[in-house]
Design a protein around this ligand. Sequence first.
Ligand code: CMP
Length: 229
Amino acid sequence: MALDIESLKQINLFEGLAPDMLQYVAERARQRTYRADEIIVHQDDPGETFYIVLVGTVKISSTLPDGNEVFLALLASGDTFGEMSLIDTGGRSADVATQEETTLVSFSRSVFDYLLDGSSIFSRNLMRILARRLRLANVRIQAHCTLDVYGLVARQILEFADLYGNELPNGDRLIPIRLTQGNMAELVGASRERVNQVMVAYRQKGLISVDSRYHITVHKPGELRKRCQ
Ligand code: CMP
């Protein structure tokens, strides 16, 4: 299904691109909706496609030689993935799976190469996204060396609120992505039980609330920030 140019303009990676380039991309885009828990990209496979998350969430994880899984990131609406193996031809660096029903737009390597070769704006956008990802990874590594579970959970909630949160009329921030306690435990590298204790404590103190779709609303960001210091 061809994508309209207006949808593409909303994606960070395509910000500032000339209309003829956007048209070229839109005509070659493939859009598809996946159920929850479908694997989109397998670690180590050769990369031939890159993706945009139009609606929903995907989980990026890596499988260790002992079979354990390391949760690397959650990506949501407007984010892109699958570019690393197109750049370095080293195979997919991680597994990517849908976390809930998710609509993705995909492009072939030839579209990626066309943009990279033909647009310095696209290249800059891509570098900006990769630099931001590295910054986030650095902050996470730092947090793991310095914070306890209370701090790690608070920091992770604040990160998602900053990246994906929508401000509500009363100033609270709603994170419109499905974040179960299991996800949180994987992200912060703690047991589900421990993360449950922390989330219950934060809810009881009125710092956050969680609705039936596992969407977290942050009520007191200042209090959460104090836990990460
Ligand atoms: P690629 O290696 O082609 O396939 C897996 C994709 O997961 C990768 O490209 C990136 O787009 C994405 N990815 C890998 N590591 C991270 C990370 N730490 N944060 C966000 N996205 C990542």
